[in-house]
Design a protein around this ligand. Structure first.
Ligand code: OSB
Ligand code: MG
Length: 380
């Protein structure tokens, strides 16, 4: 059974040519460090794939995995190796969207990596013909996408309360707080209890174990959704937790990399964070979104601190989720002094308008300036 609509299936016969792939690593300094259960982050190191067609059109795709394997097994240098050694040779005879998907599906795992190649190919098609897979998708979409903020771990409740005020002033539609075991100090809990923003949530990045149920209950008892409480593959702990504690309002992130995993998790979740990279690309994302529509699963699009390239695409995908409260897709100036787009993504009244994400133009000079390495693959 497929959940993919006919408008998408027919788009897959779109033709595409490949002259060369450029693998560019850029590093964007962040305005502020970001701390989560995963670690501290001071910059966004991103792999950008430039898909050159034989007619000289360039499509851009961002690989949004982390530089280290601390969120998923993928990491930037590994992604480069997998593309050069295994993906690129498989693309030699692919001439349609569908053939590229088939080539990519030969590789097990490496979803962020394969996704980036598909993103770049799709962008090349869109820039060549005016219509990519999302433009072809016959499904209702919004012109303005509501945005939430994912906030890091704070030193104490005072600093947290200041950040909450700022986020409220900026108009974010949801406040998400990173959490981890041992973080629920009295001052942090007070600050969270005093926050009266209408939509709040927590994100544990899989940091709670079977020994941390009491620590998790301190957050879960506040009655908000908890994203990825346990390490991926350990969702059985949810039932154990619920036997002695409150019900969890659970939202998988790391846990769900495929439609099959979503189907298996369906009864344990309250909502789903979809990251187009994590699920292996835009085609898989569409399939998962269609499954969510058919099964009344409320889904929203998560972020990986993408540059404007990945962010614009995420926002376009988010525009197909009219029911979502907010997506983790903050505007460029929340992260970077300078983004790689000519027109950095801006937020107004907690929303980002389609003019920022439907046809983003790359600021090539800035892009060059932020480049730290570049490799080119050409078929012999
Ligand atoms: O768990 O959602 C996460 C960033 C990197 C790795 C994991 C996560 C995140 C975020 C970023 O929370 C959200 C954003 O891009 O604003
Ligand atoms: Mg998360």
């Amino acid at each position: 059974m497929t959940f993919v609509p006919a408008s998408i299936t027919s788009f897959l016969s779109s033709e595409v040519s490949l002259a060369k792939l450029e693998l560019v690593v850029v590093e964007l300094p962040q305005i502020k460090p970001f701390r989560s259960a995963i670690g501290v982050r001071n910059s966004r190191k991103a792999l950008i794939i430039k898909w050159h067609t034989k007619k000289g059109i360039i499509g851009y795709g961002e690989c949004s995995c982390r530089p280290d394997p601390f969120y998923s097994h993928e990491f930037v240098e590994g992604a480069i190796q997998v593309i050069q050694e295994f993906v690129f040779p498989l693309l030699k005879f692919a001439t349609t969207y569908n053939e590229v998907l088939t080539a990519l599906s030969k590789i097990r795992g490496w979803n962020f990596t394969k996704a980036a190649v598909e993103f770049a190919m799709n962008d090349a098609i869109r820039r060549s013909t005016g219509k990519g897979i999302l433009e072809a998708w016959d499904s209702p979409r919004l012109d303005k996408v509501p945005v939430g903020i994912s906030m890091g771990l704070f030193e104490n409740g005072f600093v947290m309360s200041q950040a909450i005020k700022e986020a409220e002033t900026e108009g974010y539609k949801r406040l998400k707080f990173k959490i981890k075991p041992g973080y629920a100090s009295p001052s942090i809990l007070t600050s969270l209890k005093e926050c009266n923003h209408p939509t709040m949530s927590f994100d544990a990045n899989g940091s709670f174990t079977a020994n941390d149920f009491e620590a998790l209950a301190l957050f879960a008892n506040l009655g908000y959704m908890v994203e990825q409480p346990f390490a991926p593959g350990n969702s059985y702990l949810q039932k154990e937790f619920e036997e002695n504690h409150s019900a969890l309002i659970n939202c998988p992130d790391e846990e769900v990399e495929t439609l099959g995993q979503l189907i298996e998790q369906k009864d344990n979740l309250s909502e789903l964070n979809i990251k187009p990279g994590r699920v292996g690309g835009v085609y898989n994302t569409i399939e998962i979104m269609e499954y969510c529509f058919a099964n009344n699963i409320s889904a929203w699009i998560g972020g990986m601190f993408e540059t404007g390239i990945g962010r614009a695409q995420n926002l376009q995908i988010a525009s197909f989720l009219p029911g979502a409260v907010a997506h983790d897709q903050s505007p460029s100036n929340r992260y970077f002094k300078k983004d790689v787009l000519k027109e950095p993504i801006e937020m107004e009244d907690g929303c980002i308008s389609s003019r920022y994400f439907l046809n983003p133009e790359i600021d090539e000079l800035t892009f060059e300036g932020l480049t730290i390495s570049k490799l080119v693959s050409v078929h012999k």
